[in-house]
Structures are given as C-alpha cells and as structure tokens.
Design a protein around this ligand. Sequence first.
Ligand code: NAG
Ligand code: NAG
Ligand code: NAG
Ligand code: NAG
Ligand code: NAG
Ligand code: NAG
Length: 334
Amino acid sequence: MARILKLFAIVISILVKCSSCEKVSSSDNIKDEPPKILFDSDENYFHVRAVRDVNFAKSLWVNMDSIEKTSFDRVWQPPYDEQLAPTLRYLKSVQLSFYFPFYGYLTDNITLDIDGRICMKKITYRNEKCNSFVAPLATKLSFRKDESYIKYNDTGNSFVVQWGNVDLYPPFYLEEQNVTMQVTLHENGTIVFVYRQILSSLFAIFDDDIAGTIGTRDSKGYIGNDEHPYGVIALQERILNKDFDVKNGTVIVMSSLPTCNWFTSCELCAISKTNFKCVWCPQLNRCTNNGIDRGVKEWLSSGCVNDHVSSIDYAQKCNKADELENTTIAEPSA
Ligand SMILES: *[C@@H]1O[C@H](CO)[C@@H](O)[C@H](O)[C@H]1NC(C)=O
Ligand SMILES: *[C@@H]1O[C@H](CO)[C@@H](O)[C@H](O)[C@H]1NC(C)=O
Ligand SMILES: *[C@@H]1O[C@H](CO)[C@@H](O)[C@H](O)[C@H]1NC(C)=O
Ligand SMILES: *[C@@H]1O[C@H](CO)[C@@H](O)[C@H](O)[C@H]1NC(C)=O
Ligand SMILES: *[C@@H]1O[C@H](CO)[C@@H](O)[C@H](O)[C@H]1NC(C)=O
Ligand SMILES: *[C@@H]1O[C@H](CO)[C@@H](O)[C@H](O)[C@H]1NC(C)=O
C-alpha cells in the first residue's frame, strides 16, 4: 500500500470561541487571516459554501462547556494498539425534538457515531450499516485520551454535536490531530460544519483507500454497486481539487435544495425546477428522480421505469394520473 503522508506544518494558531463567551484566554492566538471562500456551488441536494473565516467560525461556534459528555449506549471497545477492528462501534441514539429534512425525508431518529458521523437513523445492531449520514470528518477517530468526547444539545429547532479532542486512527495517529469540531442540524435542513481545532493539515488523511469523508450521504434502500451509491456529497474530493483544506476556522454551510420526493402531485412534480429530472410515477403516486432515492426498489417493480410522467407529457398525462391515483391502490409486488 503506497501511501504518502503529506505533512504540512501550518502554524496558524486559532482557537475559535463562541462570540458570547465572556472569557477569552490569553493563550488564544487568533491569527488575522482574511476570509477566504473555498467553495461555493450546488451539489445536487445542497448548496455548499465553504469558507475559512475565523470570525464567522467564532460567531457560529456554540459554547458547549455546560453540556455533559455523552455516554454511549452501546460500546464495543477497540483494540487501540492494534489495527482497527472493523466492528468497532460507539453509538448513542437520540430522538430529535423536531423533524430534520434530509434529502427530502423527514428524520427524527439519529445515531451519534464516534467516527465523525451523525447517522440518520436509529442504529441498533453492531454491524448495522450507517448508509445515511452527515459527516464533518468520517474516518476512524480515536477516543483514547480522557479529554476526548462527544457532546450534543437539542435546542428545539437545531441539534448541535461536538467532537472534542479526538485523534485519528493508525496510521494517522502518529501525527496528533486533537480535532475539535461541531455540526449543527437546523430545522430548515441547513447543515453547518465548524472546525475549531485541527493540529495539522487534513490533506494527510485524504487518500484513496482510507478515505476521510466530509459531506453527506443518503443511500438507504440502495441496491446496486456499493462503490457508487447514490446521494453522496463528498466534499473532500473538492478539497483535493480546489486547494480547499479543512483547518482551524473552516466553516462549511450546506443548505438543502428541493428534491423530487418533496413534490406531492403529478403536475407539481413534472414542472418542478430542481437539480434533478423529476418524474411522476402514477402507480406509486410519487415524484422521483428517475427512481434514484430511497424508493428505488418500489420504482423498479412499479412499471414506472417505462411509464412515467415527465415535463414533456404532463399536460396530457397528469389528469389521467390523478384519476388513477383515486382508483389505484399503489401496492407494488416485491
Ligand atoms: C423515531 O423513533 C420513535 C421511537 O422509537 C418512533 O416512534 C418514531 O416513529 C421514529 N420516527 C420515524 C420518522 O421513524
Ligand atoms: C441546550 O438546549 C436548551 C434547550 O433545549 C437550551 O436552553 C440551552 O441553552 C442549550 N445549551 C447550549 C449550551 O447551547
Ligand atoms: C487537545 O486540545 C485541548 C484543548 O482543546 C487541550 O486541552 C489538550 O491538552 C490537547 N491535548 C493534547 C494531547 O495536545
Ligand atoms: C436555515 O436556518 C439557518 C439557521 O437559523 C439560517 O441561518 C438560514 O438562513 C436558514 N436557511 C434558509 C434557506 O432559510
Ligand atoms: C489550530 O489551532 C491549534 C490551537 O488551537 C494550533 O495548535 C494548530 O496549529 C492550528 N492548526 C492549524 C492547521 O492551523
Ligand atoms: C380525486 O379525489 C379527490 C377527493 O377524494 C377529488 O377532489 C379529486 O377531484 C379527484 N381527482 C380526480 C382526477 O378525479
């Protein structure tokens, strides 16, 4: 396995604190780097804007000092001094006080995972896949230090998760990272990542075989080549391509964009303006991106693959589709 660890010694010392915090210790050496836009573009499901702006990061940072460390419901202790056991899991499931719209699906059960992800469902079993997630840094994280933690708080219209003082697993462990970062899920579907402390460039961990992932994924119900699941927003690829490193003071804001399944009538679906080609399936009474969403199994067995309503023929077909909707019980055979 050929691996080149790209080690950058970056000496910008930034300790981002919440703007409302009273005390800012004298050791906070906040370097005045001018704000820099790293990325600003639509990524199908989201508009993604990434900036490195210490003051913006500070303004978004939620002070979690008063919040208790999370104790995990389900813990499978990893062998720290050996290679990572693939079954390692530290999990804590939480029910949100609000519905969070994720890829157009309302979600209220999530599972915190130490591996830098918020899984968008309740994970109960050790080997259950986390195939739908929000990831500020999805890679194997080490909690071996006593000062490592996850904390979370539900404010009623947002959910904040903070990973504190976590390190990366071998082979990256050799280089201490002591990462502290926050993710906020807003009720309106916006996701905000704030990176407060990273000791050295995260470029070092982005490689093909043990890929750190920054972004989101929704591959629930996915059937097909696991190498190419749908619904993946992998921002680390942009990071490599566009000199967009994640370090102290980086903020990524992902604002959710409309998805096909959000449209509930034939006509609204067919004329919808989204980043997708939405079509209406009369048999399922559902709007879909050509089946590419959680309902792909039903789509494939519905007959809609060859017979759906699109923007081309909606004027003729939507009335008929609505009639069908009133008489058909959409029950696709498995
Ligand atoms: C979330 O979990 C609760 C309790 O298990 C359940 O009542 C609720 O239906 C779940 N929410 C969704 C959207 O499935
Ligand atoms: C945590 O959420 C509660 C509301 O549930 C709020 O009153 C409190 O201020 C929040 N704490 C922090 C540290 O954000
Ligand atoms: C990690 O960072 C925290 C501050 O966030 C600091 O208190 C701690 O000493 C650091 N740990 C190491 C091993 O550098
Ligand atoms: C969503 O909520 C966040 C936090 O309140 C806000 O900053 C953002 O502008 C909102 N986005 C939209 C599209 O309303
Ligand atoms: C980030 O801030 C820490 C102090 O909190 C500093 O030691 C470290 O060098 C900084 N890392 C980068 C990549 O700027
Ligand atoms: C379908 O049924 C609803 C009420 O159940 C009615 O308002 C609507 O007009 C019907 N649509 C068609 C096309 O018959």
